[in-house]
Design a protein around this ligand. Sequence first.
Ligand SMILES: [Cu+2]
Length: 224
Amino acid sequence: MTMRGRVASVLGLFVVAVALVVWAVSTLLTPGTPGGVTDFTKTQAMGQPVDVTVQTVGAIGFGAHPSWVSYLVKNPTTGKWVHDTTWQLPANSVIHMTVLQYDSGSPLRNQEWGQIQGVSNAELNGTPYSVYNSYTGNGVGHTFAVPELGISVPLVGASGNICAAGPCQTSSPHNTITFTFKTPKQAGEYHWQCFVPCGLGSLYGNGYGMSTQNYMGGFLDVVA
Ligand SMILES: [Cu+2]
């Protein structure tokens, strides 16, 4: 091989090595896209509660991982369902939360997750509830929990012809869960997540949407 050939080979291999490192860093070390932020601070009338409507789906139906479980949020300005799990909320404000739960459920591994904690006025399809026995009905699909605020709410599983791809419409079977909580006075990023290992097909169900930002977890971005 000529000198020029050798240099070209070395350079070629170097380029391949750099490309592999870039690929490894970008795909293995960054756990999914952080997703966008849905802003609930602009639509709030002064001193009034903020309405936040979200849905939980068995398969998001679009994006990089269409088969993964996910939350979606209804943009308060456009009314469109968006794949954001960071929700910007005003500090020290009452939040009226509505969760449309379109996924099926199962018995919980930890019955503690059937307890409603840290919120008030919790209702399941218009009936007040404080705990859900996941061995009844179609079990529990997901939870909405904000550990730092002591919040945990079981999202009861839907039954019947389950919506196959989000965003789901209210014509599909679902449970409507409503509750109220107050955001802290202190601004900050409060992490929320689902505690049901719902990453179907991954190890112990804790992978995929469970361990990737913007599917089964996100942030309450509380601004003062
Ligand atoms: Cu979940």
